[in-house]
Ligand binder design. Sequence first.
Ligand code: IPE
Ligand code: IPE
Ligand code: MG
Length: 249
Amino acid sequence: MNYIELVDRNNIPQHIAIIMDGNGRWAQLRGKKRSEGHQAGVVTVRNIVEDCARMGVRYLTLYTFSTENWHRPAAEVAALMTLLFEQIEEEIFMKNNVGLRVIGDTSLLPQNVLERLEACIERTSGNDRMTLVLALSYSAKWEITEAVRTLARKAKAGEIALEDINEQAISQELTTNFMPDPDLLIRTGKEVRLSNFLLWQAAYSELYFTDVLWPEFDNMELHKAVYEYQHRQRRYGLTGEQVTNEENR
Ligand code: IPE
Ligand code: IPE
Ligand code: MG
């Protein structure tokens, strides 16, 4: 099936979030080093960013490095940080009118990476076709803990009342407060888990898991995921009938 032709251009998810998994296994299957898998993964990132922008996606969040990934062998962490440093170039952002944002505990990142990221975020802040959000040194539990601490501090200082702590207030304290929740959450690389990614924000995201390893995830696979998303009914707890009636009103 040619999913690129089948996708409904009027129903593109506003926000796609991706757990980019399988670089290591892709490399190992080819007798290569894991770091070569990450290098191959970068090519996919570049292509998917352009494909999403072209498709009309407004926000693309990529799980790039988790809090737990810091515990990988030092050489792999170092290789990933070097790769990240090398890849933050403005060219692809400017060419595609894409802005950059980062979520995660960036204080843990090497200084040179952080500086380059900040410069790129600053220079691309006017680009409004799509926002690329890199989850770096990110974990959902870290983020939720930080939000809870901030709200508790504000309540203790008398800045807010306990009754002010509601779902909206919590969402506002999360690092993702500038964008809508993901409509579609994709995980490549066979595993069927969230690995501490956007636990709060994915409450009603459509989840899509594929065996395809990240270096092999291409435009057709992206469209296949979107096609499947378009054939699901998002009910948010209602009955299918209620949703259909609402749509036909
Ligand atoms: C995902 O690929 C990239 C990062 C987590 C940085 P992996 O490195 O986890 O690849 P596998 O799961 O070992 O194949
Ligand atoms: C999730 O992949 C993190 C990223 C893709 C950045 P992992 O490979 O770290 O996840 P687990 O360990 O298999 O759950
Ligand atoms: Mg993995």
